[in-house]
Design a protein around this ligand. Sequence first.
Ligand code: IMP
Length: 196
Amino acid sequence: MELIFATHNLEKLKEIQNLIGSNIKILSLNDIGYSREINETGQTFEENAFIKANTIYQIYNKPVFADDSGLEVKALNGRPGVFSARFAGEGYNSFDPHIKKLLDELKGIKQREARFRTVICLIINDKVNFFEGIINGHIAEYQSGVNGFGYDPIFIPNGYSKTFAEMNIYEKNKISHRAKAVSKLIKFIMSDPHLF
Ligand code: IMP
C-alpha cells in the first residue's frame, strides 16, 4: 500500500513514515517525480493543505495527504497564522527577523496566549478528510533554547516552564500539534482495512 505525502520535506516524511510503520509506504513528491513547488495561496491552513493534496490528486488520482501549520497568537487576532514562515517578509536565510517582529508586536502586552495548529488534508477514494492538531501555550518575553526550528525558541507549551527549543525532539513530538494531527491521520487509516 502506498500513500503520497505532498511535501518536498524529507524530515517530515521520515517522521511520518516512522509513526505509520512499514505496512504503508509513504512517497514524497520527489518519489513520484513531481519537482515543482505548490503555491500556498489559501487564507487558512485547511485551504492550503487542501490545495496541496488536491493538486497532486488531480494529476495522479492516488491517495494523498498534505499538511499546513503555523503559530496563532491571540493578541494578534490569530496572526501570523498561514503567514508564519514569511511574517517579516520573504527571502531571509535566518528565522530571527520573524521572531523579532513577533516579540516587537507583543512588547508590553500581558496577554501572550498562543497556539500552534496543524491541519492535514487526506484525499482518498474521492473523499476529502481533515485532521487537526493543536498545542496551546504562550509566547515568552525572550528567546531560549537551540533545538527545533521556527518559533520554537519563544513558544512555551501549557504545563511547562521551558520553550519547545529547550526540549529534545522526543519530548516535543509527544505533545506537538503535528504529532497530534498525524496520530489522528494514522488512527483513521488503520481503522479501515478496505480504505486502499
Ligand atoms: P509548515 O506548514 O509545517 O511548513 O509550517 C509553516 C511555518 O509555521 C514554519 O515555517 C514555522 O514558521 C511555523 N511552524 C510550524 N510548526 C512549527 C513548530 O513546530 N515549531 C516552530 N515553528 C513552527
